[in-house]
Structure formats: structure tokens, C-alpha cells
Design a protein around this ligand. Structure first.
Ligand SMILES: Nc1ncnc2c1ncn2[C@@H]1O[C@H](COP(=O)(O)OP(=O)(O)O)[C@@H](O)[C@H]1O
Ligand SMILES: [Mg+2]
Length: 375
């Protein structure tokens, strides 16, 4: 049973939820009361718009919230957005896009801000609704265009190809006969991924033809192949990558406007997968990776984009693993050099300057979104 599935079961039971919440409050910073949340938010610099704006904002609360208990999750995005809205005197109210009256309610707003959960169900709901909200001439963050490739490795691979971005060599196909032929000539191990997945849960190594053929037969069966999402199977697509055997880390570079931040993640011993392993390091980021992350963000046309890279020693090159418009943000220090928090600012192509300070990337993003909107 996956961790996520266990969590769903616990939260569907009121009594178990009480114990769960108590445990989470005790164990770490994860759930905060109003006072603690405020202190945590105020650790970062305030971000201000260049000019005051007159817009009405609908703010969606994160799905995994504990408002009834008076608690907020550390990773929740909406309190950071809310701080920005307050500091910039922007009129807002909470908006619930999951209700049946979501179309009528949306009429109140000029801009809707919605940190969508990363699971396939929420993605499907959000994609369907944001499309309609945009037809109603409402501005949405994320936009339909931004959410189209979020948590969708297959779609992101089309964009890398289209814009000639240096991704890990990837093979995506919906044709079983083509896939079988591919397997016959492939070099093993192969990396196989599900399209929507995080923390390395849907990433596997296939060691030989026999193993790969079995997986492919399941994927192209009537039900498809089970994933860690109990309600969503991998059906009728493969996403294979060359195994970059000399990769030792996963470098995440966030890009928003001209600002860049990021950190390194390392796999546990005996594993090749860094994402979800929990081993972080914050230090200098090479110019090549900063420039690449900026270019990927520009090509994707996203206000904010975190692009993850492996570095291949042999190829002497950074290769894109994946890109996300939302990531797990625990602190307002998403970059630090020699223990000093800050961000890089891109002054011109391949030219970056370090600026110290603590920032909520959600606030940097919102500044960017709103300034573009009123331009
Ligand atoms: N083709 C590859 N070759 C070698 N290592 C890889 C490759 N793709 C991913 N990895 C490693 O596996 C981890 C998880 O892969 P990723 O595609 O980022 O999945 P997730 O969406 O679960 O984070 C990465 O952090 C990286 O360390
Ligand atoms: Mg990843």
C-alpha cells in the first residue's frame, strides 16, 4: 500500500484524523496555528508591486488544509499569496472551485489564484474548469496553458522537443508495435516513468528486454498497469528515458521573472532517484543551469517554473529531468550561498548577480502575474 493511499484512508475517518493531526503538530512544523504561521510568513521580505492595482482576486485554499482545526499546513501556498495580497492592498476573497456554483461565483473576480494539488484527479478537475474560466475572460493563475503540462511528463516532453530544449533522451509512444520494436534494440537499463508522479514513486529501472516486455504488455492491456494512485492506471503510453548512469544529483532551479533560486538533491545509497529522498544541499549554481532554467521558463511561457536537471560528467552537460509550476516549498530560503539566503538576478544572457534576502517564491510569482496582467 502506498503512503498516499494510507493517508487518504486515515483522513476519511474523523476519529483517526484527530489523532493524525495531533501527531503531525507534535512531530514537526508541518501544521501551524495562526500565531506560528504569521511568524513563519514574516521571516521573508515583503514584496511590493511597482504600482497599486485595482483588481478583485479569488483565492483558492490548498486542498490539504485543516482550517476547521484552526491549523494551516506548512507547505500550503495560499497563506503566502494572501500575505502578498494584503501587503499590496488588493481586494480578495476565498473562492471554492470545487463547488457546483463555481461559474456564478467566479463572476466576482478579475483574477483567480489556485494552487492545484498535484494528483491526477485534481489536475483533471482544474484543467476542465480553468478552460471555462478563461472563456469567461477571467485571468487565472495557473493559466490553462501553464496547467496543461503540469504533472504531465508526457506533455512536457512534447514541449522540450518542440523548443529543442536539452532534455534527457526520452521515448514516448502510444503505439504498442513501435514500443516492442524499440525494446528489441534498446540499451538497458531503461528508465520508465508514469506521466503524473512525484517523489520518485512512479520512476523505475527496467533491466532487460523480458522485464520491459512484461511492463509494456500490462500498459497496453484493457485496464492498464497499476500505479501508486489507486484510481489511475498507466494505460496506452510509455515514457522511457536513457539511464544517465553518471548522474549523482538532481539540481532544481526555480525561475520567476528574472529571479532564480534552487538547490541540489541527492539519492540515498544504493538508489539512483534523488527526488523524495530528502537529502538537500544549498550552494552555488553553475551559470549554464541558471541560463537553461530561465530559457525553459520563457519557452514554456510560465510565470514560475522549477526545472530539475541531472549533470552528466561524461557528456559535460546539464540535461532536463522535468519542470513544474508548483513544488513543495518549506522555507523562504530556496537558495543560499555559504549560509547566506538570497536569489540570483539575471542581468543579461549568462550574466547573474546574487542578491541576499529571504523570499517566498509564491510572492515573487504573484508580483509577476499581476504586473503582466495590468500592463
Ligand atoms: N533518466 C534518468 N537517469 C538517471 N536518473 C534519473 C533519470 N530520470 C530521473 N532520475 C532520477 O530519479 C529521480 C526521480 O525522477 P523524476 O523524473 O524527477 O520523478 P519525480 O517526478 O517522481 O520527481 C530524479 O530526482 C533523478 O535523481
Ligand atoms: Mg522530479
Amino acid at each position: 500500500m502506498s503512503k498516499m493511499f494510507v493517508r487518504e484512508v486515515i483522513l476519511s475517518n474523523a476519529w483517526l484524523k484527530k489523532i493524525y493531526v495531533k501527531q503531525r503538530r507534535k512531530s514537526d512544523n508541518d501544521l501551524m496555528n495562526a500565531e506560528k504561521l504569521n511568524k513563519y510568513l514574516e521571516e521573508a521580505e515583503k514584496i511590493f508591486l511597482k504600482q497599486p492595482v485595482n483588481i478583485r482576486v479569488g483565492l483558492v485554499k490548498d486542498a490539504d488544509n485543516y482550517a476547521e482545526e484552526g491549523l494551516v499546513k506548512e507547505r500550503a501556498y495560499y497563506p503566502k499569496y494572501e500575505r502578498f495580497l494584503k501587503n499590496n492592498n488588493i481586494t480578495y476573497s476565498y473562492y471554492d472551485p470545487f463547488r457546483s456554483d463555481w461559474i456564478d461565483e467566479a463572476e466576482k473576480y478579475d483574477l483567480i489564484i489556485w494552487h492545484t494539488d498535484s494528483d491526477p484527479s485534481t489536475q483533471d478537475i482544474a484543467k476542465g474548469k480553468i478552460r471555462i474560466l478563461e472563456k469567461m475572460k477571467k485571468n487565472c493563475f495557473p493559466s490553462y496553458d501553464e496547467i496543461w503540462s503540469y504533472e504531465n511528463k508526457v506533455r512536457a516532453s512534447y514541449l522540450y522537443k518542440l523548443y529543442e530544449l536539452p532534455a534527457i533522451p526520452t521515448f514516448v509512444s502510444h503505439s504498442k508495435s513501435e514500443v516492442i520494436n524499440y525494446l528489441k534494440n534498446a540499451t538497458y537499463p531503461l528508465i520508465s516513468k508514469i506521466s503524473t508522479g512525484s517523489a520518485s514513486f512512479g520512476v523505475d529501472k527496467l533491466d532487460n528486454y523480458g522485464q520491459a516486455k512484461k511492463v509494456v504488455d500490462q500498459i497496453f492491456s484493457y485496464k492498464g498497469k497499476e500505479t501508486y494512485f489507486k484510481y489511475s492506471n498507466q494505460k496506452d503510453y510509455v515514457y522511457f528515458q536513457d539511464f544517465i548512469e553518471d548522474a549523482t544529483y538532481d539540481l532544481r532551479v526555480m525561475s520567476v521573472g528574472d529571479d532564480l533560486l534552487g538547490y541540489y538533491r541527492y539519492p540515498n545509497k544504493g538508489d539512483f532517484r534523488a527526488s523524495g529522498a530528502g537529502n538537500y544541499e544549498k550552494k552555488e549554481i553553475p551559470t549554464e543551469a541558471l541560463e537553461l532554467a530561465y530559457q525553459v521558463k520563457e519557452k514554456f511561457g510560465s510565470a514560475f517554473l522549477a526545472t530539475d536537471f541531472v549533470y552528466s560528467e561524461k557528456r559535460k552537460q546539464f540535461l532536463i529531468i522535468e519542470s513544474s509550476i508548483f513544488i513543495g516549498i518549506d522555507t523562504c530560503e530556496q537558495l543560499s550561498l555559504d549560509g547566506i539566503a538570497g536569489k540570483y538576478v539575471r542581468v543579461s544572457e549568462n550574466q547573474f548577480e546574487f542578491k541576499s534576502g529571504k523570499f517566498w517564491v509564491q510572492e515573487l510569482t504573484l508580483k509577476n502575474v499581476i504586473e503582466k496582467l495590468v500592463q
